[in-house]
Design a binder for this molecule. Structure first.
Ligand SMILES: Nc1ncnc2c1ncn2[C@@H]1O[C@H](COP(=O)(O)OP(=O)(O)OP(=O)(O)O)[C@@H](O)[C@H]1O
Ligand SMILES: O=P(O)(O)OC[C@H]1O[C@H](OP(=O)(O)OP(=O)(O)O)[C@H](O)[C@@H]1O
Length: 340
């Protein structure tokens, strides 16, 4: 897929139906609606549907149709590949979107943001966490990213990979006192594949790859090892520079923030003797401060406090050791908090 002039070939765009065409199907139902792009498949799809459900954004998606009208808000959801969402939001064709920071960065390599175009990151959604890494065969002789200079590198992120190797080639030229011509093609040959990138080395198409790693299982199973990290990424809510309805964007942001916070925290309640309260409060400080209520029983108080879900087991162990009794942990359905 290398192009003759050394330019990186564009990814194929799988979303071929244009908004005017969809408007024809749906009559005028798109006008006056905020357009919100959601990944139509892949790793982020289900988490986004859960987020919409938690935010009470109700819709019915007809099969094969990549657009769904929201029943209870003036919003239309547009289902797009995660890789295409920065383009649509960046050009202001769609107001809001969810995609990975990696996809935003890949897009911005080719279309740098300006004052009026490009996307603004509104919220880190916490899921879709992974690393974009340079990987090589575990058993091979390649050990450092510079060993790949002049070799074949396969990836779905051709622009970020080009940027990475351009920096590396420039750095190496500077270190060795050689001239680096920014206009000349890269020595490293970067090839695009749309998926199953990890197979490229075993099939002899690549000496190394640049791909996403979450648990590391795919990489291990393919006999690869990471030798460098290009970037870390999570899913983000993005908006265009001039959304059609900024108030509605703020409302959706607040709702989604509430769901994310509710997923991140649990409510912990316990009873404790007032004399031991100071120790207990050091264990569970809360988001702002714990709520303390006096119990009918002399010298005892009840405590209500938000605790990060990932810390709750250890917190309960320590609270019990500090004399807390009747501990309960309650899952939060939704939340609205002062400072996010
Ligand atoms: N293993 C992973 N763990 C967490 N997040 C991931 C992982 N793989 C991808 N992502 C995130 O999800 C985004 C979309 O990647 P994914 O490969 O799922 O999309 P896709 O190419 O549209 O789907 P598919 O691979 O099913 O064709 C990535 O850009 C990244 O932000
Ligand atoms: O570190 P892990 O937890 O194993 O995850 C990493 C894998 O997940 C992604 O691919 P995905 O499964 O989405 O399919 P794809 O190869 O078709 O993109 C990514 O491209 C890796 O292959």
């Amino acid at each position: 897929m290398d192009s003759p002039n050394g330019a990186i070939p564009k990814k194929p765009r799988s979303w071929s139906r244009s908004l005017p065409f969809l408007t024809d199907i749906l009559g005028n139902s798109l006008s006056d609606r905020l357009l919100f792009a959601v990944p139509k498949k892949g790793r982020l799809h289900q988490a986004c549907l859960d987020l919409l459900h938690g935010s009470d954004i109700q819709f019915h998606r007809h099969s094969r149709l990549d657009i769904a009208l929201v029943k209870n808000l003036p919003i239309a959801l547009i289902f797009l590949p995660a890789a295409d969402i920065p383009t649509f939001v960046g050009e202001g064709r769609v107001d809001l979107g969810i995609t990975g920071q990696d996809q935003v960065a890949e897009h911005e390599c080719v279309v740098p943001p300006t004052e009026t175009t490009g996307v603004t990151e509104v919220l880190d959604l916490g899921f879709g966490k992974c690393l974009l890494q340079v990987q090589v065969p575990e058993k091979g002789v390649l050990a450092e990213p510079q060993d790949l200079i002049g070799k074949n590198v396969v990836t779905s992120f051709t622009n970020l990979t080009e940027q990475y190797f351009r920096r590396l080639e420039r750095l190496l030229a500077e270190q060795t006192g050689n001239a680096f011509d920014a206009a000349s093609p890269l020595k490293t040959k970067i090839k695009y594949v749309g998926g199953s990138v990890e197979a490229a080395c075993a099939l002899g198409v690549a000496d190394g790859i640049v791909d996403l790693v979450e648990s590391g299982e795919t990489m291990r199973a393919a006999g690869l090892k990471a030798i460098s990290t290009v970037m870390s990424t999570t899913a983000v809510l993005i908006k265009s520079k001039h959304p059609s309805n900024p108030e509605l964007v703020d409302l959706i942001t607040a709702r989604i923030k509430g769901v994310i916070t509710a997923q991140k925290y649990v409510l912990c309640t316990y009873n404790i003797e007032r004399t031991r309260l100071e120790t207990a409060m050091k264990i569970t400080r809360g988001r702002r401060a714990p709520t303390i209520t006096t119990l009918e029983e002399e010298g005892w108080v009840a405590v209500q406090v938000m605790v990060e879900r990932k810390d709750i087991a250890v917190a309960m162990d320590r609270l019990t050791a500090a004399g807390a009794e009747d501990l309960m942990v309650i899952k939060l359905e939704n939340s609205r908090t002062g400072s996010g």
